[in-house]
Design a protein around this ligand. Structure first.
Ligand code: NDP
Ligand code: 2IT
Length: 446
């Protein structure tokens, strides 16, 4: 790390105690910045990096709600409005018991650069709650979402801050949140949330977009090496939104997908994952992955301890959560001949594991670039809402494909420019950073 960046990192540690995920995300970006700061002293002078690391606004609030037994429950809500130099704050909401300020800040920080890479005029933000939707009835989830929005609504707006889904927040939750926003504000403001239902302002392909986009990014990385996905063996972690639609697109491009997982363990299916069955188990029944193995018959095995990374594969798509792929897992994948790893999740690969892949010459797609298809399609949803002009599935899918190709080209060109060809981590960080830094510089001391 450059000397100035090292000092800034020390300062971040001191001023943001107890937030290891945020420290990790900040460090990764700071480590890449050397070449750009050497090339652009005006950014150092204007203290752009110091400003980018500090959120514009952080909101923490109480969420009181009543469960089905009539008991009062109290959760904590968060929204970190990180950077609006390029557009309204944009980023998902995560409902998971592990959510705390540090996790929301890491996600919001990543989102700034990811959103910049899309080129679609969106700033960075993230939010959520330590509410655990698992095991809760629809009525409980609705009451929680209504209570959460009762406070959050005052901070949102189609030109201000536009949330969407993330872990634990899908179409059901967005519906309840939108209903409460509309009821409180008395406005039909479609562009205030993305991931809406198709009949009331949602965009085709938003559900599929993150997974599809990640596989398209993987295909671009392979294409740059003269290969494609056809016939490749793929391991996927997770079995939520990103995992399911990564599997769908990988299958469509002729790959064979061997695994999926959730926090209870993983499934390996020698015949390849049966996506219809997996969707039935996970999306319709909201059950665990062992139910898939039980119903699938002899080709599938549920493994309660261990990770999908133990299964030999050509391509790995971590699509569950942060820090789920460590250096030992990376070494196992490399030993088994992995060629490409692409992050469907946010920061799923530990810094040590990223180094293992890069040193082994594995094509590595960082989440900021590889999973940007989700938020990019959210921006297309905002555009359709603003223009009151819905698009069809094929049109949006074609736009998404173009956006993912552009992001790949941008990252590859940036890596090349800064003297590290093929290093998509540095390429993504510096291309995203430059766009945000240019806007901040032009807009004065903000
Ligand atoms: P979902 O809630 O739909 O699915 C999450 C999946 O990850 C589930 O299988 C879940 O298992 C597993 N998981 C979550 N937390 C943990 C944990 N602590 N340990 C083990 N497994 C875990 O979320 P998404 O698919 O939407 O999100 C997955 C990742 O993709 C996240 O990192 C998210 O930030 C990122 N992402 C999502 C985008 C989107 O558009 N949805 C866009 C870009 C990135 P279980 O049910 O057992 O908890
Ligand atoms: O991490 C992410 O990019 C998301 N969860 C999607 C954000 C969005 O606003 O669509």
């Amino acid at each position: 790390m450059a000397t100035g960046a090292e000092q800034l990192y020390e300062e971040i540690l001191r001023r943001n105690p107890g937030e290891p995920e945020f420290h990790q995300a900040a460090r990764e970006v700071l480590e890449s910045l050397g070449p750009v700061l050497a090339e652009r002293p005006e950014l150092v002078e204007a203290r752009i990096v110091e400003r980018i690391c500090e959120p514009e606004r952080q909101i923490i609030f109480r969420v009181p709600w009543q469960d089905d037994a009539g008991r009062v429950q109290v959760n904590r809500g968060f929204r970190v409005e990180y950077n609006s130099a390029l557009g309204p704050y944009k980023g998902g909401l995560r409902f998971h018991p592990s959510v705390n300020l540090g996790i929301v800040k890491f996600l919001g920080f990543e989102q700034i650069f990811k959103n910049a890479l899309t080129g679609l005029g969106i700033g960075g933000g993230k939010g959520g709650s330590d509410f655990d939707p698992r095991g809760r009835s629809d009525a409980e989830v609705m009451r929680f979402c209504q209570a959460f929005m009762t406070e959050l609504h005052r901070h949102l707006g189609e030109h201000t801050d536009v949330p969407a889904g993330d872990i634990g927040v899908g179409g059901r939750e967005i519906g309840y949140l939108f209903g409460q926003y509309r009821r409180i504000t008395n406005r039909w403001e479609g562009g205030v949330l993305t991931g809406k239902g198709l009949g009331w302002g949602g965009s085709p392909v938003r559900t599929e977009a993150t997974g599809y986009g990640n596989v398209l990014f993987t295909a671009e990385m392979l294409r740059a090496r003269g290969e494609d996905l056809h016939g490749q063996q793929v391991v996927v972690s997770g079995s939520g939104n990103v995992a399911l639609y990564s599997i769908e697109k990988a299958l469509a491009l002729g790959a064979n997908v061997l695994t999926c997982s959730d926090s209870s363990g993983y499934v390996v299916d020698e015949k390849g994952i049966d996506l219809d069955l997996l969707k039935q188990v996970k999306e319709v029944e909201r059950a665990r992955v062992d139910v898939y193995a039980e119903r699938r018959g002899s080709s599938a095995r549920f493994v309660a301890d261990g990770q999908v990374w133990d299964v030999p594969a050509d391509v790995a798509l971590p699509s569950a959560t942060q820090n789920e792929l460590d250096a030992d897992a990376a070494l196992t994948l490399v030993r088994n001949g992995v060629k490409a790893v692409s992050e469907g999740a946010n920061m799923p690969t530990t810094p040590e594991a990223v180094r293992v892949f890069q040193e082994a010459g594995v094509a590595f797609g960082p989440g900021k670039a590889a999973n940007a298809g989700g938020v990019a399609t959210s921006a297309l949803e905002m555009r359709q809402n603003a223009g009151r002009e819905p698009l069809g599935f094929a049109q949006v899918e074609a736009e998404l494909a173009g956006i993912m190709r552009d992001i790949h080209t941008t990252c590859a060109a940036s890596a090349e420019h800064y003297g590290c060809p093929g290093d998509y981590v540095t390429g993504a960080n510096l291309a995203g950073f430059n766009r945000v830094a240019d806007a901040m510089l032009a807009q004065g001391l903000i």
